[in-house]
Design a protein around this ligand. Structure first.
Ligand SMILES: Nc1ncnc2c1ncn2[C@@H]1O[C@H](COP(=O)(O)OP(=O)(O)OP(=O)(O)O)[C@@H](O)[C@H]1O
Ligand SMILES: [Mg+2]
Length: 140
């Protein structure tokens, strides 16, 4: 582990942007190609948005936690909420599956996370919350 960071913030959608800015600052030392940074921040945005919109049903008074780390080979991002949890993780990961189509959700967030990272792990307990762990390898 070369560096790591823990941060928590209120579940407001404005903090999707905050989390992107923090990620970019945290990764600055690595001098990554812009394409890799864009993929990471897009995947992160999807996970943070999900925590707020689904985990907490847009209740702004809850807490989202982030953990970032990297070593010489890979970058890890963990997004955690203590919200409603996911009933069926396999179904949720399917492209175009959404429990909020009525709110203009496309059901593509997990697909984007999967495509833009090398490993996506979803741990969720109904009524307790969801932890999304993403790992992306990079050539240093
Ligand atoms: N943190 C979470 N807590 C509870 N449920 C979640 C969480 N993240 C995802 N889900 C569930 O998984 C489904 C799929 O998530 P995904 O991000 O792929 O699509 P979406 O959020 O519905 O649409 P989009 O991301 O395209 O706007 C969601 O509709 C929701 O039911
Ligand atoms: Mg989503």
């Amino acid at each position: 582990m070369k560096n790591e960071l823990n941060i928590s913030f209120p579940s407001k959608l404005i903090n999707v942007q905050t989390s992107r800015a923090i990620l970019i600052g945290f990764l600055a030392e690595l001098d990554l190609p812009m394409s890799v940074i864009n993929e990471l921040k897009t995947a992160l945005s999807e996970a943070v948005t999900n925590a707020i919109v689904h985990g907490y049903n847009n209740d702004e008074s809850c807490v989202v936690s982030l953990y970032f780390s990297y070593d010489d080979f890979s970058i890890k991002m963990i997004v955690e909420d203590k919200g409603v949890g996911i009933e069926n993780i396999d179904a949720a990961k399917e492209p175009l599956f959404s429990t909020k189509f009525d709110e203009e959700r496309a059901g593509l967030g997990f697909t984007i996370m999967e495509v833009f990272t090398d490993s996506l792990q979803i741990d969720s307990v109904l009524g307790s919350g969801t932890k999304v762990t993403m790992i992306k390898n990079y050539a240093s």
